[in-house]
Design a protein around this ligand. Sequence first.
Ligand SMILES: C[S@@+](CC[C@H](N)C(=O)[O-])C[C@H]1O[C@@H](n2cnc3c(N)ncnc32)[C@H](O)[C@@H]1O
Length: 211
Amino acid sequence: MGRDLTHHWENVYSKSAVETLGWYEDNPEPSLKLIKNCQLPGEAAILNVGAGASKLVDVLVSGGYKNVIANDLSTLALDALKARLGDDLIGKVKWIVDDLTQPRKLLELDQVDLWHDRAVLHFFTEPADQETYFSLLKKLVRINGFVIIAAFNLSGATKCSGLPVCRYDQHMLQKKLGSGFELLESFDQTYLTPSGSTRPYVYALFRRNSN
Ligand SMILES: C[S@@+](CC[C@H](N)C(=O)[O-])C[C@H]1O[C@@H](n2cnc3c(N)ncnc32)[C@H](O)[C@@H]1O
């Protein structure tokens, strides 16, 4: 198990407005494109791991998805997300503060139809943390369910938020997921940070066909 980074992330979210963070996404268009291709019904369980305070949760809930689950290690990140959603919508989301590398509450979830991760997996540089992450994913994603992972790609930065990252392409993600998951679609996307620099990501969508 790697370091417990709760303090690091709480510190990040306590010091900066979320809209200024180097990963803040006002329009989660690349994720939405892939989610649309999953053709999920409104009742689908969608787990956004390491949700931070970007806008995907807002867009999903206001778009009619009734079973959105937002996870993060940082209480402050989820508080910022809740504050933006407002009282009417807060109750429509299930909130889970938990560590993907030492999961407790996440282990109690029912299986989900979609696992979505943007810019979280790449922080797990220790093999043991990666193993825990993928074993949680495999426990929680139902057969015929989907996985979307967006991570820094092989030409991407080697650090984010001052932490080292492990970069990926779609083949590396496929290897981690194993043969039970089929790669449906992938693309590279260059994200423009709020301060104007570029961050190359790989986005990949998989369907789980078997165990
Ligand atoms: C770079 S941000 C990305 C946030 C969001 N997914 C987005 O696209 O804007 C990484 C997020 O992962 C969260 N995080 C980091 N390590 C985590 C862990 N072990 N378990 C759960 N969340 C974690 C951080 O608190 C942070 O909100």
